[in-house]
Design a protein. Structure first.
Length: 226
């Protein structure tokens, strides 16, 4: 059985995947959605440790999925606990020492620092995640939470082990940031989809299908069929 460990992006929580989880489970897979700590002292390493704990509890082959900021968390977690496949969904990614602030344009960092309320960054408007339907905007606004600023400045710590794990970068169009280039730069194949940054909310069937395809490709590669 394949276990999907689904890491949410900044300002999001496990609920971000609740429309995708039943679709994966219907296929016979298992889905785990770790809840990342969002208190004053939380840093990137804390989030990585929480994902590693979820990996340790996984059964069978594990596909580790990181959305947006969760891409940095997922790659460092996979560097600590190797998995079968890493998937970035509009995910930030880079070499050892990368952080959100080193990968993003300067304007992004300045905007986050200006918006920060001390140690935390209030959530942006739901529309900035590409969510437009009024019911989805309300649903998302009720759930978004302030994100610890430190996790955006902490650098990733990678030994290179994660670079030996196959990976896929799913990037949404129209693009907000060059997520396709981030994935290509770390050696991942890329898949383009039409949809907003929060595609797991607006098109869960599409995303679940892509994640299941990743599992099938991985199984074929393991058998030497590709």
């Amino acid at each position: 059985m394949t276990t999907y460990v689904l890491v949410p992006g900044a300002w999001h929580g496990p609920w971000a995947w609740e429309r995708v989880v039943p679709l994966l489970e219907r296929s016979g897979a298992r889905a785990v959605t770790p809840d990342l700590t969002y208190d004053r002292d939380a840093g990137l390493d804390d989030h990585v440790a929480e994902v590693v704990a979820a990996l340790d509890a996984g059964d069978g082959d594990v596909v580790l999925v990181g959305h947006s900021y969760g891409g940095l968390v997922a790659r460092q977690a996979a560097d600590v606990r190797p998995v079968e496949h890493v998937v970035l969904v509009d995910g930030w990614a880079g070499p050892d020492g990368s952080s959100m602030f080193t990968l993003a344009p300067d304007a992004f960092g300045k905007a986050m620092l200006a918006a920060a309320d001390g140690w935390r960054i209030p959530p942006p408007a739901p529309e900035l995640f590409g969510v437009g339907a009024p019911e989805d905007v309300r649903w998302l606004k009720e759930r978004l939470r302030p994100h610890p600023l430190r996790t955006f400045t902490d650098p990733t710590r990678l030994t290179g082990a994660v670079d030996r794990i196959p990976g896929t970068g799913i990037h949404c169009r129209p693009q907000t940031y060059p997520f396709d280039r981030f994935a290509q730069a770390v050696g991942y194949r890329t898949i383009s989809v039409e949809g907003p940054h929060d595609v797991m909310l607006t098109a869960p069937e599409l995303l679940a299908g892509l994640l299941l395809d990743v599992r099938m490709v991985q199984n074929q590669e393991a058998r030497g069929l590709e």
